[in-house]
Write a protein that binds this ligand. Structure first.
Ligand SMILES: [Fe+2]
Ligand SMILES: [Fe+2]
Length: 358
């Protein structure tokens, strides 16, 4: 008899300080959470059976429309041959989808942590559905990225942000770090990918994921807001500080809230450049020249801006931005956007009342 294979060793392990809790009061009655749980149960899907995995995919061809990347407007890329530009877009998409995959694993762990730590019975049930949703997202992105045959490692800033969240000492911080900050970014990226992809499999996959994610963002709103309102002011400031630091990590990594400033060099993106033989220094020069010539990193019409449309309004709405931290945001030139209308319309996706436009 052969021995069963040894489980693979975890590649990165650490201890976390969070308290976890039982809840024996099964009579709690938080209607909004109960509704969210009911919707989540009805909306479960099977990533293996419900998607057409026989869809052919050529890893050497881009899976997004030209113009998806603001980079397309850079002179250094316009000088490339058509096939080099194809290679660039194929690798840039694989790099982005790899971040979706790794980010979903982080979401899987934070959702499980929420299940342990939220104090209400109905919140535990809801968090369990989010855990299953995230497991499915890891599964489908892993399957899709495997078809592309190009997997990039997790970006250091994304790892840092998810680690900050997983290391938090209170479940409210975990919900802020994941359900508002990381998922604010993810929701915008998924929404934009869904609009721009030329691959029918990726479009359907992303629509399914988006419906699930819209519930996760809604959970942040219906449950976290009330908890923050009931907190002692000192505890609320501690949570607001955490939110500021999470946003700041993301802003610094992405070249400012508009993405127009200096970014930290991302090893994955450097590898994308290397694929088409572009020197990172030349790329940076081209970026600076484009900025000087007034080429803005504006999103194409209809695309979502993660900070303006999702992340900041979500934090303001639950009371995770205080007068004190408003000053920190101002000092860091991060606008505190408050218009939650786009966020609310995306949350309605989770109710099934809204369908995707063609
Ligand atoms: Fe997810
Ligand atoms: Fe999620």
């Amino acid at each position: 008899m052969t021995a069963p294979p040894a489980p693979s060793a975890p590649v990165d392990a650490y201890k976390t300080p969070m308290e976890i809790c039982w809840q024996f009061d099964y009579a709690s009655d938080i209607e909004k959470l109960r509704n969210l749980y009911a919707k989540a149960k009805d909306a479960q899907w099977n990533g293996e059976k419900d998607l057409d995995w026989s869809t052919p995919l050529d890893p050497s061809k881009p899976i997004v429309n030209q113009g998806r990347y603001g980079f397309d407007r850079l002179e250094i890329l316009q000088k490339l041959s058509a096939s080099q530009r194809d290679t660039f877009r194929a690798h840039a998409s694989a790099q982005l989808l790899s971040q979706f995959l790794h980010g979903e694993q982080g979401a899987l762990m934070t959702a499980a942590a929420l299940t342990h730590a939220v104090p209400d019975y109905e919140a535990k049930l809801y968090a369990a559905t989010q855990t299953m949703d995230e497991a499915r997202h890891v599964e489908v992105y892993e399957k899709y990225v495997s078809k592309l045959a190009i997997v990039y490692p997790i970006s250091p800033w994304l790892k840092e942000l998810i680690d900050q969240t997983l290391r938090a000492d209170h479940w409210v911080k975990i919900a802020i770090g994941m359900n508002m900050v990381v998922e604010g970014l993810a929701l915008a990226a998924f929404h934009n990918m869904r609009r721009e992809t030329t691959c029918p499999l990726l479009r359907t996959l992303t629509e399914n994921v988006l419906r699930d994610e819209s519930r996760h963002v809604a959970f942040g709103n219906v449950y976290v807001g009330e908890t923050i309102r009931d907190m002692h002011p000192d505890e609320r400031e501690d949570v607001a500080q955490f939110a500021y630091e999470a946003v700041k990590t993301m802003v610094d990594a992405n070249g400012g809230p508009d993405g127009t400033g200096r970014r930290k060099a991302d090893p994955g993106f450097l590898k994308v450049l290397a694929e088409v033989g572009i020197d990172p220094g030349d790329f940076l020069k081209s970026l600076i020249a484009a900025g000087a010539a007034g080429v803005k990193a504006e999103l194409p019409p209809g695309q979502l801006h993660s900070f303006r449309d999702l992340m900041m309004p979500a934090l303001v709405r639950v009371g995770a931005v205080t007068d004190r931290t408003r000053e920190l945001y101002a000092a860091a030139s991060i606008p505190v956007w408050e218009d939650a209308s786009m966020l609310e319309s995306l949350e309605n996706l989770g109710t099934g009342e809204i369908v995707f436009e063609a």
